[in-house]
Design a protein around this ligand. Structure first.
Ligand SMILES: *[C@@H]1O[C@H](CO)[C@@H](O)[C@H](O)[C@H]1NC(C)=O
Ligand SMILES: *[C@@H]1O[C@H](CO)[C@@H](O)[C@H](O)[C@H]1NC(C)=O
Ligand SMILES: *[C@@H]1O[C@H](CO)[C@@H](O)[C@H](O)[C@H]1NC(C)=O
Length: 464
């Protein structure tokens, strides 16, 4: 490889391997699109071919979706015989992604025609770093969550030292952690939920993956430097290799379609409906795809939306006929939508979210105030950032002082207050949301932090 050092490469074969979960696959695909667009720019003139490695199940999900011509799918067997059992056996599934994917991945590498220049792997796939190191292929580890969440996992030793590892949530949830480098004070209850599950197997799987990241050659965050400057700076000092924030990793452009958010086409019925609503009047509601709320809670949410009198667009999976019957012309329930198009629509004025990182970044990109209803994993932590640190949203549970079940009257009152365009508290929140929107737009513009990181990353992998 000595010649590669002296003579910069002009074409690269990238192998991208996401963790087999919706948010992870989306983030990896979007990153590949962004990388391709940057590589093609006059600055780099780099030809990329990307082999996107997914399980057979995932090929079924996304195989027919539009993708750039330079991305081709390569498959490995499903990690469990039936991945639809994932919800029932989450720990078994996550465990299998760590123990069962590595070997078929290596066999696939042997079958690929072109030599591989770099592997970009999801940080949760701990084996990828080892495979790359064994074969002398550099590995970039992509962390599809906030850098702060990475840092919390990475500094678990500090939690242990301070007696904050494996705590009883109901007794100690309000105690605060203020000793993790770069992370503003956070209470134990807001740490990623796997820190306070009785069953610690999931936590140990996550910790194993995070500790292996230190053996990679690059660490990529789907976050934006300006959103988490202290924590990213602190991590940069701890790692001996480049740490790059490259977010927002949203489909803000598409090689074939130019700018997605300036050419909103009203080709879907829900976009047509949105276009007939007053500016900023609609609350967009999406509470996650895979880990959903209880059916009793859904009834209360539906009732609350209806009673509030506020216009809403609600993306809900499963059987929603009983809610649809109660919808009047102010509400619409749909099973799926192009979320970023909806969020960027001028009629949408608020986003009720479960705080998945992907959705949160899209909400920031669209400049919207948010109502948060985190359910698990990193969602509780992200909700804390939105509410406490960025002050661009309200926590639904806290605002309604609800117990385990939020009541419709409380939900209705909250929604009304949240969407009241005249109120000063809402105006303040909107102003800050627009500031974050500005930050996220600047990050990906020429001279912006994410753009410059992407350029450095490309230069580095091309051997400049
Ligand atoms: C984010 O998640 C939403 C809802 O699950 C989905 O519709 C959208 O395509 C995702 N976007 C990205 C950028 O991953
Ligand atoms: C895509 O692949 C073709 C064929 O190798 C190459 O000519 C082109 O430059 C590539 N495009 C990008 C954006 O890398
Ligand atoms: C946590 O604390 C509560 C209140 O003291 C107690 O009822 C519960 O049993 C504890 N849970 C565990 C797992 O120790």
């Amino acid at each position: 490889m000595a010649s590669a050092r002296t003579k910069p490469i002009t074409s690269l074969h990238v192998v991208a391997v996401p963790y087999p979960g919706r948010g992870h696959v989306n983030a990896m695909m979007n990153f590949c699109k962004i990388l391709l667009a940057a590589a093609a720019s006059p600055k780099h003139k780099l030809k990329l071919l990307i082999s996107f490695v997914i399980t057979e199940e995932w090929l079924g999900f996304i195989g027919s979706e539009e993708k750039p011509p330079n991305v081709s799918f390569a498959t490995i067997p499903n990690v469990l015989p039936s991945e639809f059992g994932r919800a029932a056996d989450m720990i078994g599934f996550v465990g299998a992604t760590q123990t069962k994917m590595g070997e078929p991945f290596e066999r696939l590498l042997d079958r690929l025609q072109l030599p591989v220049n770099i592997i970009i792997s999801d940080s949760f796939l701990n084996w990828a770093v080892e495979v790359g190191n064994r074969r002398n292929i550099p590995v970039a580890s992509l962390w599809p969550m906030p850098a702060s969440v990475f840092s919390i996992f990475y500094h678990t030793d500090l939690l242990v030292q301070n007696g904050h590892f494996a705590f009883n949530l109901s007794e100690r949830g309000e105690e605060r952690v203020d000793y993790i480098p770069g992370i503003s004070s956070i209470c134990l209850a807001d740490l990623p939920s796997i820190f306070h599950l009785k069953d610690q197997r999931l936590l140990h799987l996550a910790l194993r993956a995070v500790s292996d990241v230190s053996k990679a050659k690059y660490l990529l965050f789907t976050s934006i430097f300006e959103l988490e400057p202290q924590v990213i700076n602190a991590l940069k000092q701890e790692f001996s290799y480049p740490v790059y924030s490259v977010g927002p990793v949203v489909p803000y452009f598409n090689p074939e379609k130019t700018s997605l958010y300036t050419t909103i086409q009203n080709d879907h019925h829900y976009l047509q409906w949105l276009s007939s609503q007053p500016p900023s009047s609609v609350l967009y509601v999406s509470l996650g795809s895979f880990l959903t709320v209880s059916s009793a809670q859904m009834d209360e949410i539906a009732g609350g939306l209806q009673e509030s009198g506020v216009r809403y667009l609600w993306v809900a999976r499963g059987d929603t006929t009983r809610f649809k019957e109660k919808c009047n012309s102010r509400g619409m329930i749909i099973p799926w939508c192009e979320q970023l198009k909806v969020l960027c629509h001028s009629s949408v004025g608020g986003f009720w979210t479960h705080c998945g990182w992907n959705s949160t970044m899209e909400g920031i990109f669209a400049g919207l105030p948010m109502l948060t209803l985190p359910i698990l994993m990193d969602q509780t932590t992200i909700s804390k950032f939105i509410v406490e640190d960025w002050k661009t949203g309200w926590d639904v549970k806290r605002e309604t002082r609800g117990g385990d079940l939020l009541r419709r009257e409380e939900i209705a009152k909250l929604i009304k207050r949240f969407m009241d365009l005249e109120s000063t508290e809402r105006e303040e929140m909107s102003r800050r949301a627009r500031e974050l929107q500005e930050i996220s737009g600047q990050a990906i513009a020429e001279g912006g932090s994410s753009k410059m990181n992407l350029d450095s990353f490309l230069d580095s992998i091309a051997g400049h």
